[in-house]
Design a protein around this ligand. Structure first.
Ligand code: ANZ
Ligand code: ZN
Length: 824
């Protein structure tokens, strides 16, 4: 039996079965034990597990298994983000019911995850498409409605004129309908919104508390919230009693405002142009522009266009009369939808003024120098010193902003104002496969919430999916026709369903007690497990999902369910899996099927390769050669351990050989490195390479067997530790070898080996770090640190980062044990 072939198939099936039958990873709250909550973003059940999932979940599994072995009470759950558009599209295309399609996919993907040997608490699996989950979306909706955090207003949607239906953004491809290729228009429909802006300030401020989130994600969140401090100023319209309020962050430039701009959606337009000769041209322009999707109008490359309204406004500071235009690049959903245009100091206005030959007047000059007298090449957008600005001339922009805002407030035509780019969260979808919004429209009482005791509002099963003529739910009378809970009269049910981002905003809380029936959340379980200790997922979720997830946490705290204000302590955003230079995707035809790889090499090899090929935040280039390499390494471990097993039974005694002493040092250094790499650095690739070095050292010691009986205890310690530290990465082979060493219990809860700090001490050397040949830092590293690791360490030095950030690393020159030079 010993020394037999590495039969991964048999081994993996055996251990998966045992973990499952013995409920090895199921947990309950235990106040006597330190908890660790390891969470990976839950998958959408699209049909197959892809390599991106394998990567995400392998990373999470290493962390979870490691903390199990460190003695923590580890919550490591998984579930399904099971509502959403693809299921409905499949129904339209292939006539299969979304529920059936979803359940089938879940079955299949669950099987695939099992085959990868992940340490999930399967008993806590959550499926967001079941009424026992989504009823709580409805319940939260009602609670939020009571608190004024839900409202209804007109919102824009993509409309396909030929299918007569609303399209999701994902169904618009290059401005055209995914089904019929017609040009998509924008329309306004009443929609439901979550008032996330009520939390804008807190969402922004608390980013500073997220010490263990990547800077990049935090910056993206800050920009998305986009706080702008400025002023609102009212411009009276000449010979009328209309006033137009603008939002500006540069009130200091107001003497240079040479025209006023309105968004095509601005409500004042009809009144402004009424009876003027410009009226029909302006209204025509407005109706044309309003159909153009916002996404296009926001683009920086948009050709600026506008039309004169025939009306003039009066600058409240200078008394000057300036023309009013409607312009395509002014958006109604920011500020007030009206702008004072200062072409000398704003790029977009500059472009517009050039095009329509409007005056460009300089009112701010650089603090140290003059602007060329013959006119500007482009707008001067920096802060400077005011000129030609009446009594404010000579002030710096900073001072002028403060003083002029005060002045406007005193005179009553302006006020300080804070604006956010963040918009309220539009959650309405005109779709079937989502959570029904629990509202009723009564002709007498208006909008009436569904009473709590009538929840859940369950999706009807019998529905027709044609893809045309609007929301399928509208055509189900048994669903739509209802009675008003207030007056008992005939009423209609709301047929919009919720954005599926609602589901994924609180699933992590539901995992803490997924079966509780009389409440959405078990407060004591949530208080024990939360916050999430590490959250792992794709960087594509850096903004929306992570913001909604933070928002829900705050709302649920305010509803009394949670004690925390932020959901996750640490965030790890993994890079993409690429092949032949492109993201692995079905449409590119460069997909490597995980199942096929597992069949060929086993799950342990696939996991090991994926973890070894790149540090988690970087993109990972798929390599068949690399997979082979991972496989050969596991065979090497297999042979090594099996070869030494009989040795361990031999009689021990006497002094160890110098080679064994050396091996022992290496072992303790390796344990330390693996611990630091998993726990602190989250760099699994270098942990694995350390284990590989240890195995090499073992082979150096000799494959022939022990040198003296005094080596036996060291060999036993080294082999057992090797298997244990390998186990988070390649758990099946590790369990099998562990069992062969005579252990009866699974190693999943065996303590992770500890190291002797004296033995683990490594010889340190100093490496000089340069950027473009200039000294920027020094690194103290162990003598045998690899080039790749040194490069990573060098790039992570704050000083180096400040020189490298924003540019591309061209080349890295490494002089072994001396110097590393990063060329950007
Ligand atoms: C006059 C001005 C002069 C401006 C100048 C800028 C520079 P941020 O900083 O991004 O918040 N703006 C205001 N509302 C707008 C809208 N709905 N659509 C398009 N542009 C709008 O941008 C604030 C500035 O963006 C505002 O300050 C306004 O132009 C413009 F030298 O007012 B500014
Ligand atoms: Zn009623």
């Amino acid at each position: 039996m010993k020394g037999d072939r590495y039969d991964f198939k048999k081994i993996e099936e055996k251990w998966q079965k045992r973990w499952w039958e013995e409920r090895v990873f199921e947990v309950t709250e235990d106040p006597g034990k330190k908890k660790y909550y390891c969470l990976e973003m839950l998958p959408y059940p699209s049909g197959d597990i892809h390599m991106g999932h394998v990567r995400n979940y392998s990373i999470g599994d290493v962390i979870a298994r490691y903390f199990f072995m460190k003695g923590y009470n580890v919550l490591h759950p998984i579930g399904w983000d099971a509502l959403g558009l693809p299921a409905e599209n499949a129904a339209i295309k292939h006539g299969i019911h979304p529920a059936e399609w979803t359940m089938k996919n879940i079955e299949r993907m669950r099987g695939q995850l099992r085959r990868l040997g992940f340490s999930y608490a399967w008993e806590r699996e959550v499926n967001t498409s079941l009424p026992d989950y989504y009823r709580w979306n409805q319940w939260f909706f009602l609670k939020m409605w009571e608190r004024g955090l839900v409202y209804r207003k007109l919102g824009r949607v993509n409309w396909c004129p030929s299918c007569q239906t609303v399209l999701a953004n994902e169904q618009v491809e290059g401005g055209r309908c995914w089904r019929c290729d017609s040009e998509v228009e924008e329309r306004e429909l009443p929609q439901w919104f979550f008032r996330i802006t009520a939390y804008a300030e807190e969402l922004l401020a608390d980013i500073d508390t997220l010490k263990d989130w990547p800077e990049r994600v935090k910056t993206m969140q800050r920009n998305w919230i986009g706080k702008s401090v400025g002023a609102r100023v009212s411009f009276p319209v000449s010979s009328s009693d209309i006033e137009i309020e603008v939002f500006t962050t540069r009130i200091d430039t107001i003497y240079g405002a040479t025209f006023l701009l309105l968004s095509p959606e601005h409500p004042v337009i009809p009144e402004l142009v009424k009876g003027k000769k410009e009226e029909s041209e302006v209204l025509h322009f407005v109706s044309r522009e309003r159909k153009i999707p916002y996404s296009l109008r926001k683009a920086e490359t948009l050709e600026k266009e506008g039309v004169f309204t025939g009306a003039y406004a009066v600058n409240p500071f200078s008394g000057e009369r300036i023309p009013i235009f409607v312009a395509n690049y002014i958006l109604m959903d920011y500020g007030t939808g009206a702008v004072m245009a200062v072409p000398a100091h704003d790029e977009r206005d500059f472009e517009f003024a050039r095009k329509y030959q409007l005056p460009i007047r300089i009112v701010v000059k650089p603090k140290d120098g003059e602007l060329a007298p013959e006119g500007l090449e482009k707008a001067f957008t920096e802060y400077g010193v005011l000129i030609d600005s009446g009594e404010f001339s000579g002030l710096s922009s900073e001072e002028a902003i403060a003083r002029m805002t005060e002045y406007a407030e005193e005179k009553g035509f302006g006020k300080r104002s804070v604006d956010y780019r963040l918009k309220d969260w539009g959650i309405s979808r005109q779709r079937y496969w989502g959570t029904p919004i629990p509202m009723i429209h009564c002709p007498k009482c208006g909008v009436v919430p569904v009473p709590y005791e009538d929840l859940p509002v369950v999706l009807p099963r019998d529905v027709e999916f044609s893809g045309v003529g609007g929301n399928p739910l509208d055509k189900v009378p048994e669903f739509v026709e209802t009675t008003c809970p207030k007056c008992g009269g005939k009423a209609k049910r709301e047929t919009d369903t919720m954005d599926t981002f609602v589901d994924s905003s609180w699933y992590f809380i539901r995992y803490t007690d997924p079966k509780i029936e009389d409440a959405p959340i078990n407060v004591s379980a949530a208080s024990y497990w939360l916050p999430v200790d590490i959250y792992i997922g794709g960087v594509e979720h850096a903004v929306m999902h992570l913001l909604y997830f933070r928002f829900f946490t705050k709302v649920l705290r305010d509803l009394g369910f949670l004690e925390i204000s932020e959901p996750a302590v640490r965030l790890l955003t993994q890079g993409m899996v690429i092949k032949d230079g492109a993201k692995m995707s079905k449409s590119k035809g460069n997909v490597v099927d995980p199942d096929e790889m597992i069949d060929r090499y086993g799950a342990d090899t696939v996991r090991l390769f994926i973890l070894f090929a790149a540090p988690p935040e970087r993109d990972l280039e798929w390599s068949d050669f690399g997979v082979e390499g991972a496989y050969r390494f596991l065979i090497r471990v297999w042979r090594l351990v099996n070869r030494f097993l009989p040795e361990l039974e031999k009689e021990a005694g006497g002094e160890p050989s110098p080679e064994a002493v050396k091996l022992r040092r290496k072992l303790h250094q390796t344990i330390k490195r693996v611990m630091v790499d998993i726990e602190e650095r989250l760099h699994f690739n270098t942990a694995i390479s350390a284990i590989m070095e240890l195995v090499n050292e073992f082979y150096d010691y000799g494959e022939k067997g022990s040198k003296t009986p005094g080596d036996i205890p060291i060999l036993k310690e080294a082999l057992e530790s090797l298997v244990l530290i390998l186990s988070p990465f390649a758990p099946h082979i590790a369990e099998e070898l562990w069992e062969r060493m005579g252990h009866k219990e699974s190693l999943a809860h065996h303590p992770f080996p500890s190291y002797d700090p004296e033995l683990a001490k490594e010889e340190l050397i100093t490496i000089v770090v340069q950027v473009n040949g200039k000294l920027r830092g020094r690194l103290e590293v162990a003598e045998d640190t690899s080039e790749e690791e040194i490069k990573e360490l060098a790039l992570s030095l704050p000083k180096v980062r400040s020189y490298v950030e924003g540019s591309k690393v061209r080349r890295v020159v490494y002089v072994p044990k001396k110097l590393i030079n990063i060329v950007v």
